[in-house]
Design a protein around this ligand. Structure first.
Ligand code: PLP
Ligand code: ZN
Length: 433
């Protein structure tokens, strides 16, 4: 657990929520000790400070069928029966993310030496990252809890998603970012809200500030702080979609980027739920975590064979992964070890190469987080940690236009010429293979 979670007293729910406000969700359950608290803006166990997760009425969920899901809309609400959202969720304005493309990536597979490779491309979500999924679920919870302000500390993409969803929902929105964030990510928030706050400090400083504000102000829903259990459930939809798009079966291996570790943890939870509900056949699968070396506390602990994650001060171009004190890091270690996967990290140069690998092999422009995931996949093959004969899914969580600076020096015109055939001819570009 990170320190701020322990310091912040949980807010009392201010209103009793309407019946069915959280769908089949039953209570918040401590991941460590199983202690239960009522559904509300709480995230730390009052008994042991462990993280709270959404627990469900399993009898109600057991009735969910593939046909029911397939009859739903082409967005994350097709899985609403497996999320802490009301049955009428589609009638509330939201950004309706999800059901993004699962692309067969044969060119990249050939280049990396992987027989069967897929890219789950979350860059096409409404604000161009996987964060729209978690924010959509957090917004639903914020509404049902009667929150008056929708907020987050963010490494960039989360602020974009919160600001857009808040605008669409017509709720006051305040988003906090480290002041040194990439300009495009700042603009991508500021277009949606006049309350973007740049903080002089790292993400971990911004996060601490957010916890302090959440403890002081009334009615604030910080998506990844006091409504984090609801937020986190949104990441399950990535796992649900991968399984459904593969024809209701699980892949053998998945490579997932790690910032706080929430996404990786919840993709695993999604696979486990699908098995438990009989929606896919049970089978072994391996989960791999990807970090940038400049912020790799989880990878370092994995390699050291320990559970002790030492917080670091991030120094990497993969800013959306730059969380030095990852809240769910220990669960990432557990899942990757238990499943037979691994956690690996790559340098910023490899991250840039990863961006180009995906762009030039598959026509997908990813941001530095996706460059990290692709480069880690390459390294996992080269080091024999990932089995290239097994079906593998790589998750692309973000969009390259947000981190243009990372590769702006590496790519550009191959030639600048006068508008004449002779000049073009002289470049030799027409004669290239
Ligand atoms: C936030 C983010 C992640 C990682 O999310 P966690 O759940 O905190 O591990 C990965 N990729 C992108 C692009 C992100 O914005
Ligand atoms: Zn507990």
């Amino acid at each position: 657990m990170s320190a701020p979670a322990v310091e912040l007293a949980d807010q009392k729910p201010r209103t009793t929520h309407r019946p069915g406000a959280f769908g089949h969700a039953r209570a918040l359950v401590c991941r460590e000790c199983g202690h239960e608290v009522e559904l509300g803006p709480s995230y730390a166990c009052p008994e042991c400070f462990g993280p709270l997760e959404v627990g469900y009425d399993e009898e109600a969920r057991a009735r969910v069928t593939r046909a029911q899901i397939q009859a739903g809309p082409p967005n994350i609400w097709r899985y609403k029966a497996l999320l802490p959202v009301p049955d009428d969720i589609e009638s509330s304005p939201n950004t309706e993310p999800g059901f993004t493309r699962l692309l067969r990536a044969d060119n990249l597979g050939r280049t990396l030496g992987i027989d069967t490779l897929w890219v789950k491309d979350d860059s096409t979500n409404p604000t161009n990252s996987f964060k729209d999924r978690v924010v959509a679920c957090a917004l639903s919870a914020a509404r049902e809890l009667g929150a008056t302000t929708f907020a987050c500390p963010s490494t960039g993409n989360l602020a974009n998603a919160v600001a857009a969803a808040g605008a669409r929902a017509g709720i006051k929105t305040v988003v906090f970012i480290p002041a040194d964030l990439e300009k495009p990510k700042q603009v991508n928030s500021a277009v949606y809200t006049d309350s973007l706050v740049a903080v002089n400090g790292t993400y971990d400083d911004v996060n601490r500030l957010a916890s302090e504000i959440a403890g002081e102000e009334e009615g604030w829903a910080f998506v990844n702080v006091n409504v984090r259990p609801f937020y986190a459930e949104g990441s399950k939809t990535l796992g649900f979609e991968i399984a459904e798009q593969l024809g209701w079966r699980l892949p053998d291996q998945v490579v997932i980027p790690v910032a706080s570790g929430s996404q990786l943890t919840k993709v695993d939870k999604a696979f486990q739920e699908l098995i438990k509900l009989g929606l896919v056949e049970e089978k072994p699968y391996k989960i791999f975590g990807a970090q940038a070396t400049g912020c790799s506390p989880v990878s370092a602990a994995y390699k050291a064979g320990t559970d002790a994650i030492r917080p670091v001060k991030p120094d990497t171009i993969a800013k959306s992964l730059a969380i030095g004190n990852p809240a769910d890091g220990i669960y990432v270690l557990d899942i990757c070890r238990r499943s037979g996967g691994a956690v690996e990290d790559v340098t910023d140069d490899e991250v840039r190469q990863g961006i180009l690998l995906l762009a030039r092999n598959e026509g997908i422009f990813t941001e530095t987080a996706g460059g990290t995931t692709v480069a880690v996949t390459k390294k996992l093959v080269e080091t024999g940690q990932l089995d290239p004969t097994l079906e593998t899914v790589v998750i692309n969580t973000g969009m390259g236009l947000k981190t243009l600076d990372a590769i702006a020096d590496q790519v550009g015109p191959a030639a600048t010429i006068d508008p004449s055939y002779t000049a073009f001819s002289a470049t030799g570009i027409g004669a290239r293979d």
